[in-house]
Design a protein around this ligand. Structure first.
Ligand SMILES: *[C@@H]1O[C@H](CO)[C@@H](O)[C@H](O)[C@H]1NC(C)=O
Ligand SMILES: [Mn+2]
Length: 476
């Protein structure tokens, strides 16, 4: 083997177009720069963040100094062992690439051993030190929505304990016509809100000029409002009449709380309710109506829910008349709604008795924006129309999670194809910035039908987060 010959030949080979091409195609670095680049990039790629401390930086420097940087002649020696000098530049290129891979592997092994050595240097706190155990944990701890404070909001002795915004569960699903399970909704929504708070707040608002982009509901210093998770209203599963009355009294109790006075525009407690099937909204509307007057209801749903009990459910007993498809009929009948200032948004489900249902719906005071209107007039078209009609009336937002496409929310009672995506719903909701939102709910989350990644619960969490933003932004 002629060493001198090889040393003169190698740069020649490396500079032929064929070799450069081959190396480029195989995403390799050029021969001259190989050893340095390999060593640096592998350590940084594999352990960049981990080694980026003073101590481990030293270990890294030691590694680099002692052997991990393979000298040029190592490559040549391997080359000498393996290559047939008579071979074409193409064959030599293949061999060089083989060597490169071998070298990368050993560099990786050395780096890993160095990393393992550096890990041994961990300094644990003393056994009685608990200073890092007092903070909240992302996936542990007692679960409230967004880690908001909780107390018994239904206890009259606590009424002077201020609440500006309350979040409360309504675990009820015996008004449902198809798949049940929404009584477990509040639990799922809270679980999916664990990753909110402690500095975590979603990007909100439609663009940089939105005031919503400055709101963080989970930072009290950001908005000065007192937000409380009131837990769930205890609702009996054995008699809907008692159960819904319990919810009404629970909502009333929350509305009886003082406000903190620190959030300028919140002069009455506002309640966001986690259902429960959609029947629960009637009680939330009743309690909100008593405090704020007639409500412009923005009803996000694939179904109209203004069905005349003659058409849906009513019959042998009056008891059957009130259910999750008729509650808006009763809300209209009771006078809770600001007639002709209410909207369905995202509608697409079949009517039961089409001509009659549509006329009856108008009589109840609703205008309809269908799911596909989003394609026709866009988010802005929808938002503009709603704002034009609603003006500064008190607005109550009720979101049936089945407004979303089943792909986005399969964990619900009555799925309908062709719904909005999560992003579209949030864009429309955030587009309502500036309206006088006095309350809201998200309903029909049925965890037993959700996927095991809980996307429906997560979607409902995002809706509540958005409602919090809409309520708080009024003060900005
Ligand atoms: C919160 O209170 C502080 C101190 O009074 C005030 O400067 C700030 O404007 C308030 N923030 C809002 C959103 O009302
Ligand atoms: Mn509904």
């Amino acid at each position: 083997m002629n060493w001198q010959l090889l040393l003169t030949f190698l740069p020649l080979v490396a500079s032929t177009p064929t070799l450069q091409q081959y190396l480029a195609e195989h995403n390799a670095v050029s021969v001259e720069s190989t050893p340095q680049l390999l060593v640096d990039s592998y350590i940084d790629q594999l352990y960049g963040e981990v080694v980026n401390t003073k101590e481990t930086e030293q270990v890294k420097q030691q590694l680099l100094a002692s052997g991990i940087r393979a000298p040029q002649h190592d490559i040549l020696l391997t080359f000498v062992d393996e290559v047939d000098l008579v071979g074409s530049p193409w064959q030599m290129a293949l061999t060089l690439d083989k060597m490169r891979k071998h070298h990368e592997k050993s560099a990786r092994q050395k780096a890993h051993q160095g990393y393992l050595r550096s890990r041994l240097k961990i300094n644990l706190p003393s056994d009685d030190d608990t200073s890092d155990l007092s903070g909240e944990s992302l996936f542990g701890g007692i679960v409230t929505f967004g880690k908001f404070r909780t107390f018994n909001c239904f206890d009259p002795a606590q009424f002077d304990n201020p609440i500006d915004v309350a979040i409360v569960g309504a675990p009820f699903d015996t008004g449902t016509s198809y798949r049940p399970g929404a009584r477990l909704g509040p639990e799922s929504i809270r679980l999916n809100a664990r990753r909110l708070g402690q500095g975590l707040t979603p990007v909100r608002g439609n663009g940089p000029h939105s005031k919503l982009s400055r709101v963080d509901p989970y930072d009290p210093k950001n908005h000065n409002a007192t937000i409380i998770d009131c837990g769930d209203v205890p609702m009996t599963p054995f008699d809907n009449r008692v159960s819904l009355n319990q919810l009404y009294r629970g909502q009333r109790a929350i509305h009886n709380h003082e406000v903190s006075g620190k959030a300028k525009l919140i002069s009455h407690t506002k309640v966001i309710t986690m259902g429960g099937d959609h029947t629960i909204t009637l009680m939330a509307l009743r309690a909100a109506y008593e405090k704020f007057g007639k409500l412009a209801v923005l009803h996000f749903d694939s179904h109209i829910d203004t069905w005349d009990p003659e058409v849906l459910g009513g019959g042998i007993t009056d008891y059957m008349s009130l259910n999750h498809g008729t509650f808006l009929h009763y809300a209209a009948e009771k006078g809770y709604l600001a007639k002709d200032h209410c909207f369905h948004l995202g509608l697409r489900a079949p009517y039961i008795s089409a001509a009659y249902d549509i006329q009856h719906d108008k009589d109840c005071g609703f205008e309809t924006i269908t799911a596909r209107d989003l394609d026709r007039v866009g988010k802005q078209g929808i938002v503009d129309r709603v704002k034009e009609v609603v003006g500064d009336l008190p607005v109550y937002i009720s979101v049936d999670i089945d407004v979303l496409d089943p792909a986005n929310a399969p964990g619900t009672g009555t799925m309908e194809i062709g719904g909005w995506t999560g992003r579209e719903l949030l864009s429309v909701l955030d587009g309502l910035e500036g309206l006088n939102v006095v309350g809201g709910d998200v309903v029909e989350v049925s965890p037993p039908f959700d996927t095991n990644s809980e996307i429906t619960g997560l979607a409902a969490t995002a809706v509540i987060d958005s409602m919090l933003g809409l309520i708080l932004v009024q003060d900005f």
